[in-house]
Design a protein around this ligand. Structure first.
Ligand code: FES
Length: 166
């Protein structure tokens, strides 16, 4: 479904593990860094205050390389990119995708709870399944998601700017 969406040569990628000097492409992506205030966007969202989330600087644009697709097997949710990209990489049935767990009720950041296998919003208790579909309101719409693409070399990439509902 996602293959062929973006031409490889037009991509801007960030090497997740790269700690060496920035490449020109990485600099382009970083120039697109958007300051996102987690759980506080829009202000006045009283229900989010209890989470005491810190303000975080997220990369929210560009195509990013998440590493080997085999790191994200079916039936799992991987939260290791939350701090950097604000996404949880999920895989329900074999094809990974990325969820941005910003609650569709009033914008709190929902948290993946491994024990419950659900995203749970601290604001008013909405819950979402592994693919971001609402399992308990008051939210009625699914979490925004990004399609992931498995490249020929086995790496997984996600375009952070293209949001869908899975
Ligand atoms: S913001 Fe109200 S349930 Fe998430």
């Amino acid at each position: 479904m996602c293959h062929g969406m973006v031409h490889m040569k037009q991509r801007k990628e960030v090497n997740v593990n790269g700690d060496s000097a920035m490449t020109r492409r990485e600099m382009v992506v970083l120039a697109g860094v958007t300051a996102a205030v987690m759980c506080g966007v829009g202000g006045g969202l009283g229900g989010c205050a209890s989470t005491e989330e810190k303000e975080k600087l997220l990369i929210t644009s560009g195509v990013v390389n998440l590493g080997p697709a085999s790191d994200f097997p079916a039936g799992t949710a991987n939260t290791r990119f939350m701090d950097m990209y604000g996404i949880v990489v999920v895989n329900s049935s074999g094809e990974p995708a990325a969820i941005r767990p910003k609650c569709t009720h009033k914008g709190c950041m929902a948290k993946w709870e491994e024990d419950h296998k659900e995203f749970i919003c601290p604001g008013h208790g909405s819950r979402y399944d592994l693919m971001g579909r609402v399992t308990n309101g008051p939210a009625t719409r699914p979490l925004p998601a990004m399609l992931a693409e498995r490249l020929a070399d086995g790496m997984l990439t996600v375009d952070l700017t293209k949001l869908y509902a899975l």
